[in-house]
Design a protein around this ligand. Structure first.
Ligand code: SF4
Length: 382
């Protein structure tokens, strides 16, 4: 059983809306103080799961760097008061270029924020404009250098690939520029064009063309192999670290099914076997909290079958893979016997590799992550 849990704080404010994004956020920064009051109250009213202590705190968004450092300090104080933040806790804040200052970053570092993740998304000004990001490459570099100057030694950057017309050559150049930042961590996401976004509408109208399946597979294979060669091995299909100590402990917790509590509108929580999410509306969230009501939108208790499916979905995303002993313990079977038919077929194709108590997808298999996961989920174990 885990002895610790993660805390996620959803900061739903953005300066502008990116053209591909369907996350919940608002441009109304005058709501920050109502949001702060709501989150601090929600924290105070939420008991710690089984008296566990907090080993990761993650400020995600939205754009958490729009918060003043005093706001972050108050929020950390509330988490510490209610649960106790462990002395070696990983405290991450997502930041966007153009929304940080040296003074603010120094304060954040001094109050214990020890991991910064910059949403750069591209290092090409034309691509940034296409994505609708509110910053330039020069601002990204400036923000990054400021953070180093402020004392951050554990920094990550996010980039998006699979943009219309982007081939492996362009993507390799972009990655090269990202590596020049000397980050400790990179998150590299394939562009996902959601229907109800400006980019989704452009796609529907035929104004842009998404890469086809073959191009997506080539880009993914290239990315995993290239980053290995550059000394940033992947530990999850979209995440790469310069050393194991720089892997995101908070996000690893998600994939390893550790408990976490999310605060703020649209935040999710996982307190096994219960999954919850808050309402995705800041006004409603603040009203519910003020009235002493829970801001829950959804709560469900996962049965054993749902937990089994989740073990595949989460386990196969990671390089470590599915923990076979933990799986057998949780579901009372014999994984190698029960799934021998699917295992044999995928092993023969070179998609899966089992050993050391884990079953993991190879780079070749990662290209078919969804299909392989589905095959395990649908397999009748008798
Ligand atoms: S900054 Fe992040 S959350 Fe805000 S619109 Fe852009 S992608 Fe979405």
């Amino acid at each position: 059983m885990p002895e610790t849990f993660g805390v996620y704080i959803h900061v739903p404010f953005c300066r502008s809306r990116c053209r591909y994004c369907d996350f919940y956020s608002t441009l109304d920064e005058t709501m920050i103080s109502r949001w702060m009051d709501g989150v601090i109250r929600e924290i105070a009213l939420s008991p710690a799961p089984d008296s566990l202590s907090v080993d990761t705190v993650y400020f995600g968004g939205g754009t958490p760097s729009l918060l003043g450092s005093r706001d972050v300090e108050r929020l950390l104080g509330a988490v510490d008061l209610n649960y106790g933040i462990g002395p070696d806790a990983e405290i991450t804040l997502e930041a966007n270029p153009g929304t940080v200052s040296l003074e603010q970053l120094k304060h954040l570092r001094a109050m214990g924020v020890n991991r910064l993740n910059f949403g750069l998304q591209s290092l090409d000004d034309r691509a940034l404009a296409f994505l609708g990001r509110g910053h330039s490459v020069a601002e990204a570099k400036n923000a990054w250098d400021m953070a180093r100057k402020a004392g951050f030694s554990n920094m990550g950057l996010d980039l998006i690939y699979g943009l219309p017309g982007q081939g492996i050559g362009e993507w390799e150049k972009e990655l090269g520029k990202g590596l020049c930042f000397e980050p400790e961590h990179l998150s590299l996401y394939m562009l996902s064009i959601e229907e109800d976004t400006p980019m989704g509408r452009d796609l529907a109208l035929g104004r842009i063309k998404a890469p086809d399946e073959g191009q997506v597979a080539d880009l993914l294979r290239f990315t995993l192999n290239f980053m290995d060669d550059q000394g940033y091995p992947w530990y999850e299909v979209s995440n790469f670290a310069a050393a194991p100590g720089y892997q995101s402990r908070h996000n690893l917790g998600y994939w390893e099914k550790k408990p976490y509590i999310g605060f703020g509108p649209a935040a999710h929580s996982w307190l096994p076997p219960v999954r919850r999410s808050n309402v995705s509306d800041l006004g409603l969230y603040a009203d519910l909290i003020r009235e002493g009501k829970t801001p829950l939108d959804m709560e469900e208790e996962l049965d054993s079958e749902a937990m089994r499916l989740e073990s595949f979905y989460l386990g196969f995303r990671t390089r470590k893979g599915l923990d076979v002993a933990a799986f057998d313990d949780a579901f009372g079977g014999d994984f190698f016997r029960d799934y021998s038919a699917v295992l044999d077929s995928f092993e023969r194709k070179g998609f899966i590799d089992c050993g050391g108590g884990f079953c993991r997808l190879t780079v070749k298999g990662m290209v078919f992550l969804d299909t392989i996961t589905l095959a395990f989920c649908c397999h009748e174990t008798g």
